[in-house]
Design a protein around this ligand. Structure first.
Ligand code: NDP
Length: 402
């Protein structure tokens, strides 16, 4: 029986709220707080109706304001804060958790607003503070990062003596019927995928032009999809925590249509994050673009198709080479039917709830800042399927990523 505070009332916040409400034995009291309280109220009412949970309250909070956050945390007294607002707020929420003495969990690493750059250094720097406070900070507990990192930890624990090659493959074979939309916060999403590509090989990071390297990969129940090498944040912690890895890459599918829109957006300067003066007002082009693009939280209704995300791994077991593929497929329509959100929000929100459950039931813990692959993967993966994201594995198959 624990109280949890969820911050961020977007698509992911909706799923986390529903999923916490579906586990009332652990999450006996839930508060959802965001910048706009009315959005929290809608989600809370929907979740109460769908699950029968009686103790879901809401609040307005500016997650960039530490004193405001501390005041809210002190008044509600949760044991843990699940942060599913934006990566810009990671550090202020971590500061508030330290001050108020509660555990912390997020799904995306810190990113400064004025620089399109994300890395763990800022949050890893909180290690001593969380250690001294005797609190747990769980970083990156969505699907990727999150489940992909836990899949890797599970492979290392049970199926390999040494992992040598890791390829994380992420396909969204869904169709939302819009000409162009992003599946999670457009500003964060466009910042992420317009960056240069980067992968790890033999102890070094190799940089590529954006979308320069691609392969046609086959995804279970989906078929072949063009997949592009991009940089993704879990690569940074995985190569540190599994030092036998010789090469680690991340592949994501994009349609030609999507990439064409993205190229136009970039070429006309709409992906810019430097403010421009417009009629005497400072406007950040990417923030303006976000305002005119479809809200990812509202893509769900007619979304068809599936996501398929997993890890393709090659390494050594008992002196012999072995290949291994572990993945989950998630249907957008089923996610929507259960929570009112599409599959990308669902695959992020379920692991965030489950990570929180692991901490609150004592299966994960310790004082300090942790990436999820540092915890025992077994209790998490034992529950992932029953909580809505069943996973599958195959041994000694063609991984298609040589
Ligand atoms: P949305 O943009 O839909 O929602 C973000 C919410 O954060 C909004 O409701 C917004 O509030 C709220 N918010 C923004 N700024 C503040 C602030 N200063 N104070 C309080 N609330 C604020 O995003 P998503 O739900 O799609 O994504 C949520 C998070 O999940 C992001 O960090 C994203 O990077 C991460 N993510 C992680 C994935 C993974 O697999 N690891 C995959 C997909 C997403 P309001 O509407 O009230 O203004």
């Amino acid at each position: 029986m624990s109280k949890v505070l969820i911050i961020g009332a977007g698509g992911v916040g909706r799923v986390v709220t529903f999923k916490c409400a579906m586990n009332p034995d652990v999450f006996s009291e839930i508060m959802l707080a965001s910048r706009t309280k009315s959005k929290c109220d809608v989600i809370a009412e929907d979740a109460k109706k769908a699950t029968g949970h009686k103790h879901i309250t809401t609040a307005a909070v500016d997650a960039e304001n530490v004193p405001e956050l501390v005041k809210l945390i002190r008044s509600f007294q949760p044991e843990l804060v699940i942060h599913v607002a934006l990566p810009y707020q990671d550090l202020t929420i971590m500061d508030a958790c330290l001050e108020a003495g509660v555990h912390y969990l997020d799904t995306a690493n810190y990113e400064p607003k004025d620089e399109a750059k994300f890395e763990y250094s800022w949050q890893w720097a909180y290690q001593d503070k969380f250690k001294e406070a005797g609190l747990t900070a769980v970083l990156g507990c969505g699907f990727d990062p999150g489940v992909t990192s836990i899949f890797t930890a599970y492979a290392a624990k049970h199926h390999f003596d040494e992992i040598h090659y890791l390829d994380i493959v992420d396909a969204n074979a869904g169709d939302h019927g819009k000409a162009f939309a992003t599946n999670f916060n457009p500003e964060i999403n466009i910042r992420e995928i317009t960056q240069k590509g980067r992968y790890y090989e033999n102890g070094k990071w190799v940089e590529t032009e954006p979308h320069e390297i691609w392969k046609d990969l086959n995804y279970p129940n989906i078929g072949p999809k063009r997949s592009y090498l991009i940089y993704h944040e879990e690569l940074e912690s995985l190569v540190k925590n599994f030092p036998t890895i010789k090469r680690a890459r991340f592949w994501m599918t994009f349609s030609e249509e999507y990439l064409t829109h993205l190229r136009v957006i970039q070429n006309i300067g709409m992906a810019g994050i430097e403010p421009v003066k417009f009629k005497g007002v400072d406007i950040v082009p990417l923030e303006f673009l976000k305002a005119v693009l479809p809200d990812p939280g509202e893509l769900g209704e007619n979304y068809t198709g599936q996501t398929s995300i997993g890890c393709r791994i090659r390494g050594i077991k008992d002196g012999k080479e072995r290949t291994y593929y572990i993945w989950n497929n998630c249907s957008h329509a089923e996610a929507y039917k259960e929570t009112g959100a599409q599959g990308v929000s669902y695959t992020t929100g379920v692991p965030a709830m489950l990570g929180a459950k692991m901490v609150l039931t004592g299966k994960w813990g310790g004082a300090g800042v942790f990436n999820v692959e540092q915890f025992d993967p077994d209790p998490f993966l034992a529950e992932l399927g029953p909580q809505g994201l069943p996973w599958h594995e195959q041994f000694d198959v063609d991984l298609e990523v040589d």
